[in-house]
Ligand binder design. Structure first.
Ligand code: KG4
Ligand code: ZN
Length: 306
């Protein structure tokens, strides 16, 4: 059960924080009611209440935390706070019961780009991260510049099918001495410069070629850094997570690279890549098993660290 606000935020070209919180408070009880009904259970059947408490927009997080506390208080259930990114990683467990830590995971969302070793459930060693824009953020900004609208990732994914990824050479954003870190502001700026120069010269831009070439530059660096880490840390299992992990070209490139290097490749279905409550439920399940419990002082933490 997903209640989406995307149509509303599209009007503004991105998420408007106050609108997001207001929609959360308006919808949260209906969504919970429907999800319980779909699962054929009631609140009486639950063992614990899991909730995301960060990172993210504080207004939206507070709605969830307050709701979770209310249910937990009323039904005398343990409260388990979850990190949003732990949720994304845990989306992989939903359809792959054989997947157990340790494994390498590339997390690519609208707000994060992290390369981590999942050492145990909820236990991460961060190998690399973006120095500037997140991968999804770069997709969204480039999509806006081409005039594709919000959210841009899926639109670039689709438009790229019709384009030539070799048409334009964009920089790959490597960082000297940091083989697992990422930088996407360079490729984003290169796309914007390309568009500006074409406009000044009065040249037509082939949007599909541009989208495919940009996407290739981003995907190549994501795959190269991930496979380098897999080799260096002798990881046999490689997973992807986060909204950008639903990108078909990234999944194919990652699958091919894993096959070449003798690694097993895992990815959630697209519906579990982009933000969803199922992944938070799974993360909360493992935290609950480990004994994690939060008190009534649980708060929303917008910049919660992994
Ligand atoms: O994980 P997510 O749903 O939310 C965050 O936690 O940020 O990720 C959203 C991001 C957006 O930037 C969106 O453009 C991107 O994921 N995205 C994609 C695709 N689907 C969603 N990027 C590339 N290709 C896609 N198919
Ligand atoms: Zn997310």
């Amino acid at each position: 059960m997903i209640s989406s606000q995307i149509e509303l935020h599209k009007l503004y070209g991105g998420v408007v924080p106050e609108i997001a919180s207001r929609k959360h408070i308006e919808k949260i009880n209906q969504v919970i009611e429907q999800a319980l009904a779909d699962a054929g259970v009631t609140l009486e059947d639950l063992d614990a209440v899991g909730v995301t408490y960060g990172p993210g927009l504080v207004g939206a997080l507070l709605v969830g935390v307050a709701e979770a506390k209310a249910i937990s208080y009323a039904k005398k259930l343990p409260l388990v706070g979850v990190h949003h990114i732990e949720g994304h990683v845990s989306a992989n467990y939903i359809e792959h019961p054989d997947l157990e830590p340790p494994f390498l995971c590339l997390i690519v969302s609208g707000g994060h780009t992290h390369l981590v070793i999942v050492k145990d459930y909820g236990e991460f060693e961060i190998l690399g991260r973006t120095r500037d824009d997140a991968a999804g953020e770069a997709f969204d900004k480039v999509a806006r510049a081409i005039g594709l609208g919000y959210p841009g990732g899926p639109k670039i994914d689709k438009l790229s099918d019709e384009g030539n990824p070799e048409a334009i050479e964009f920089p790959k954003g490597k960082i000297e001495g940091a083989p697992y870190d990422f930088s996407f502001s360079g490729v984003k700026s290169a796309v914007l410069n390309y568009l500006n120069q074409a406009k000044m010269r009065g040249q037509e831009v082939n949007a599909a070629d541009l989208a495919a070439s940009f996407q290739k530059a981003v995907i190549e660096v994501l795959v190269e850094h991930t496979m380098q880490a897999a080799k260096d840390y002798q990881m046999e299992k490689v997973a992807v997570a986060g909204g950008v992990a639903s990108n078909r070209h990234l999944r194919q490139a990652m699958k091919d690279a894993c096959e070449r290097n003798g690694c097993l490749f895992y990815h959630p279905s697209p519906i579990f890549c982009t933000d969803n409550a199922a992944m938070i439920g799974v993360a909360a399940y493992y935290e609950y098993q480990k004994g994690t419990r939060h008190g009534w002082d649980l708060n929303a933490i917008p910049n919660l660290k992994l």
